[in-house]
Design a protein around this ligand. Sequence first.
Ligand code: 3H9
Length: 684
Amino acid sequence: MTTLQTYEIHGDVALITIDSPPVNALGYDVRKAIVDGFEKAAGDSGVNAIVLTCKGRTFFAGADIREFGTTQKSPVLPEVISTIESSPKLTIAAMHGTPLGGGLETALACHYRIALPTTRVGLPEVHLGLLPGAGGTQKLPRLTSVEAALDIITSGRQVKSEEALSLGILDKVCSSEDLVKEALGYANDLVADNAPRVLVRERNDKLAEHKGSAEIFNTFRSKNARRFRGFLAKENITKAIQAAVELPFEEGLMRERELFMELMESRASAAQRHVFFAERETIKIPDIPKTTPVRAIDSVGIVGAGTMGGGIAMNFLSAGIPVTMLEQKQEALDHGISVIQKNYQRSVKSGRMSEAALESCMSLITPSLDYADFSTVDLVIEAVFETMEIKKAVFSSLDAVVKDGCILASNTSYLDINEIATSTSRPQDVIGLHFFSPANIMPLLEVVRGEKSDLEVINTGMRLAKTIRKTPVLSRVGWGFIANRVMKFRSLQADSLVLQGINPETIDKVIYDYGFAMGPIAMKDLVGLDVIGRGSTELTVDSELVSMDRLGQKKNGGYYDYDENRQRTLSPIAMDLIKEVAAKKGVKQITADEDEILARLLYPVINEGAKVLDEGIALRSSDIDIACIKGYNWPVYQGGPMFWANTVGLDNVLNKLREFEQQYGDAFTPSPYLEKLVAEGKEF
Ligand code: 3H9
């Protein structure tokens, strides 16, 4: 018996408790400990029931993802499950925290399930590009319904206790916080009542109505076709649930296994598993020990109530943190606050927020026209016009009024935080907090560390991200920081390809087929061509379109024309303009197939990522992946640019860049760091 398991007897109930921090993942030791416990209880004639529970923050949060891709030692999870299912005693899972994936599948092997009211169960394997591979796809529809199982497993969402009870996943929700006491009491009651041993695998009642008809699955597929695009796991989950309906349990299980193994070997799952760990890695900063203090952020000031300031404010309001919003003019302030209200109202309308929550968020805003109102706040974020002089003036005004220890943050996208910090007497308290538009929605927060930023201030910025439900990525100071800088190279190539005669529609299609929601040209039309080209005097297709008052989707169309349903067709006017601009600039026309176009668009992003790493702007290549995924919706199943580059082969990327450099010049000159990695046979 291992030390991570305790076995106690309470009357005629055996209580098996597993304690394997942080999340009781079902690695080899844990699996062995469960089997040991159940075997012991099976041989114990005084035991009539077994309660399986966990210590720490959660009941098993799933299989141990770190073991994936290695040969797993017996007992593997299906063996654990079959040990539980074949137990001669009555079995009860007592759950708290987040019983997920293999954790919930373990619970589904028990006869009964009880949980705390705060418990959230789920089968989130889809987020790892997988499906529940230990019976989840066969059992959940048997317990709930085919509809519910399709929804829960393809979304991977966490289901709160109350809903789980109503769906039949749980049999009982505790009325107190004492899970073990209630579970033991429940076990006693079940034994006393001679309760039946309910094995989910034997239930077929919920499946009967769909047997012999694929209708529910076909409708589900076509309804979600766009959202599921590129996600093989979602298709395989649908197939596995269909197998649950059509096949006897054991055969369904075998089908589930086949579909699981197909996913496990897929590049998409490898990418999504990379992203799972990469997301959790960003917070780890080598020179900031775990013990570094975090400053309390209980109130926030925001300078600027424009689109960015308003979006940033919403993150804090939604987290229950009061915000003082400053503007120069009452009119601008009123407008900014009314936009926040409208955004929240939209959420209320769509049912994502209650009217009461809206009221409570709005009540946390204090409008202000006076810097002095920032005297007590813990953090100020500046979101004003992107010029150095204005930013410095704002920071110097802040310096004059804020209390000692207040963190001063700039939301600048491109400017030098070190220079901004010189306008204050406290550069140690200055950092960048770079949000991505729309700031209330995009999950990336780049935390920019200045030369003089205090470690405590950086740490606070990184931790704050979790409070406002963002993923932080640390960046050093440098033009565009990480995401904007590397992604700029895709835009430059998109413009260049257009001028070289590649159809804009083809460029958009190539990027869409790669997995982005939208191509770069359609994206320009969405953002607004006037916004994109602001301040530039260069002759470009964008500037020519703007001079014709074609601003994109918002006015007269741009590269595309739009009908009343926002369906787009390539604009003949734009096509003529492209030819004119290309002729004026003397751009040589080319042809290129889709692979070539993809490489032209995305290899420069990888190359710039290599430079960002070489310059120490990003800590690690996986941080660049996360910045692109969370800031630019880089398709998660490609793993981000740097992970993708590894799968393409860095030597292939390098050779292609060299070829492009020969044909098209400096824009493709390979980073010396990339060359070095290839020479050493290494990866990012
Ligand atoms: C599965 O079950 C397949 C089966 O169907 C079939 C098998 C045959 N494994 O997120 P946190 C680590 S697939 C290994 O910061 P939180 C995590 O890396 C699995 N490690 O905490 C981190 O480590 P570190 C299905 C894991 O409180 C630490 O735990 N299950 C695992 O914000 C803390 O994590 C899932 O997909 C794991 N399964 O959130 C659940 N889970 O400190 C995945 C966590 O070194 N997990 N770690 O960085 C989660 O969603 C969240 O971790 C959870 C806690 C909600 C549990």
